[in-house]
Design a binder for this molecule. Structure first.
Ligand code: SAH
Length: 494
């Protein structure tokens, strides 16, 4: 196979990055803008050792899972990489990916039987994000714009709204645009590091209807504050005029970021209207959210995912539970009402501050939170027999790279009856399931969950149970992660 060759390829699968995958003489070819089921003429643009990248030249037979992307800029923006695939096909694809990873990498042969399906969004899979960050800057012609970065450039493609966020964003974007134009407020130029407004951030409590608007500025304040507040108030009123569920503007913040950096949020914030936080709920648990706080983006699907975790944890009220990688304690607080004690550990100190505050806000007195690396903190507690060294149920919700091996070792020594593994990456979940199976834990069931429709992401919650009468086998890692890392580590430049 050579660069510029053209082949007719049947697309058989789709990668996490949203590229169709087909084969030529047994070699995988990744093709942007195609979906499973397409038959296409593909021009080879890059040939690697074991696979290649191709460009769609001509669609010969469109797959029946194709649909018209609802957003006109879905392709340029890069946020919704599979919006051109109908939603039920997206869900099937995500579920199959989880099953395949568990089979191939995790060596779970009966993965299909253990799968309890995928929790897809029940309503229309749009308007699910409770937080949006829109860059503010200059478009190609050098005019002020709010939108998203055009790929590989510093210029902004203006948008009037993003379909994944709350509809009120449309009114807020228009208000900020009007403020910029009428008050001739400067916007940030990434190249020179000059100009005031850098980002517009909106947060909406979907359960409470509370709205926060934050402007990230390259300065200390915003000019014509009263005009800005008047316009923002008007934006929410305008939204409410035709909305079934009314919103309330509760917080307007100015966040200061004078550094020439890709980091969006700076370290100092000032409240210019209302409070410096809003509230929202996941299930019955109340959360206080500030500009900087981490909060689950799709609160509705989070409730369903963690609800399943709670079901798998099967708590009677007598259990000691650990929540490893606890973040702001969402899972901990979800479980606290049903457990005897809940211990959480998380590496980011601010998140633990939030977790403690939220525990108090909800009146829980049976939670303890620790800052540090789970593998260090919990291993120390276990080896010194400290509080929390005994656990009946351990929940883990690690970042994409999965659990640290030292932590898995400590977890198996703690010998809980059940491990509930929440994962945002089925490949590392599968690797860890295999490691845990060699330490005496058997995968009993799992459910996939779609938190980010139109993206390549999929979450999984799974239950592992301690096997009786098994002696843990010696660990020899036997994973087929190459495929996974190969694709990740070597993205197409195009
Ligand atoms: N359930 C959490 C989110 C978990 S995301 C919530 O709802 O808030 C994974 C978390 O693991 C992140 O908060 C990240 O900061 C944390 N983390 C990453 N590496 C870690 C480590 N080695 N030990 C503990 N926490 C870690």
């Amino acid at each position: 196979m050579n660069k510029n060759d053209i082949y007719q390829i049947k697309i058989e699968d789709i990668s996490e990055e949203g590229m169709g995958i087909g084969h030529v003489d047994g070699m995988a070819v990744f093709v942007k803008d195609t979906v499973t089921g397409d038959l296409a003429d593909v021009k080879i643009v890059k040939v690697m050792k074991n696979y290649a990248f191709g460009r769609l030249e001509k669609l010969i037979e469109a797959s029946d899972v194709r649909c018209e992307a609802k957003c006109p800029v879905a392709r340029q923006c890069g946020g919704c990489i599979i919006q051109h695939m109908n939603y039920s096909a997206q869900l099937d694809m995500k579920k199959s990916r989880v099953i395949n990873c568990l089979k191939r990498i995790g060596k779970v042969e009966n993965a299909e039987e253990l799968c309890e399906g995928i929790l897809g969004m029940e309503e229309e899979p749009f308007h699910f994000r409770n937080k949006m960050q829109f860059p503010i800057g200059l478009d190609r012609e050098g005019r002020a714009a709010i939108g998203f970065y055009a790929q590989r450039t510093h210029s902004i493609i203006p948008i009037d709204n993003c379909l994944t966020g709350h509809p009120v964003n449309k009114n807020i974007i228009a208000a900020v645009k009007q403020y910029i134009d009428e008050c001739t407020v400067g916007v940030y130029d990434e190249e020179t590091g000059k100009g005031l407004l850098r980002h517009l951030i909106t947060r909406v409590g979907f359960a409470t209807g509370e709205v926060m608007v934050a402007l990230v500025v390259n300065g200390d304040s915003v000019p014509n504050k009263d005009k800005l507040l008047e316009l923002l108030g008007g934006a929410v009123d305008e939204y409410n005029a035709s909305a079934e569920k009314k919103l309330a503007l509760k917080s307007v913040m100015v966040n200061i970021n004078k550094q020439k950096t890709n980091r969006i949020i700076g370290f100092e914030s000032k409240c210019i209207f209302g409070e410096d936080h809003i509230f929202d709920y996941i299930g019955d648990v109340k959360f206080r959210i500030s500009v900087e706080s981490f909060f689950q983006i799709n609160a509705y699907q989070t409730e369903r995912l963690y609800g399943r975790a709670l079901q798998y944890a099967k708590l009677s009220g007598e259990e000691n539970v650990w929540d490893m990688y606890c973040g702001i304690g969402t899972i901990s607080l979800f479980l606290a009402g049903k457990a005897k004690e809940v211990y959480g550990v998380e590496i980011v100190p601010q998140a633990i501050e939030d977790a403690k505050q939220n525990a108090e806000l909800n009146g829980f007195s049976n939670t303890s939170f620790y800052v540090g690396k789970a593998e260090d903190v919990v291993t120390d507690i276990y080896s010194t027999g400290g509080q929390g060294s005994k656990a009946d149920v351990i929940v883990v919700d690690p970042p994409r790279k999965g659990c640290d091996e030292k932590l898995l070792e400590t977890i198996s020594s703690m010998s809980p009856d059940r491990i509930v593994y929440v994962s945002c990456n089925p490949a590392t979940l599968a690797r860890d399931v295999q490691i845990l199976s060699r330490k005496g834990y058997e995968l009993k069931k799992f459910t996939a969950c779609d938190m980010f429709p139109h993206s390549g992401h999929v979450e999984v919650v799974s239950l592992l149970q301690k096997m009786s009468n098994t002696r843990p086998k010696a660990i020899t890692l036997d994973v087929e992660m190459e495929d996974y890392y190969r694709i990740k580590g070597d993205r197409m430049n195009d």
